[in-house]
Design a protein around this ligand. Sequence first.
Ligand SMILES: [Cu+2]
Length: 151
Amino acid sequence: MKLIKLIPLVAMLVACNKGTDLQTADVQIQAVKITEAWVRASAPGQSVGAAYMTLTSSEDSTLVYAETPAADSVEIHSMSMDNGVMKMRMLDELALKAGKPENLAPGGFHLMLFGLQNPLKAGENINFRLCFKDKTNKITEQNVTLPVKEN
Ligand SMILES: [Cu+2]
């Protein structure tokens, strides 16, 4: 598997934190609906993991950053077949079209967890913070809790 890192994580972190400050002054926050969200259980000693979910935004929006206390870092990945070889690629961001559910699911888009603190056990719940950027480049964050499942 080939991982291509395009943007340093630090840059995205700054973007999200900046948005957090702006958010407090704003009353009209468009929430992105997060459904069918789960984290794959990991084996002991495994340092990477994956989280899946369906994101539906009522307005054009973009997922720009994700983090969880369960891992050192989270990247947005795509997965595709290239000449019979599964390839993962890191994305700077994931665009959400208004009203169109975007599926992060096994074999496609996913959130990749690096540096797992502990094995992710089925039945546990993992918190995530997701940052979304709207059409006007305003960034808002959403906190979600994802169940850990085997499959
Ligand atoms: Cu991945």
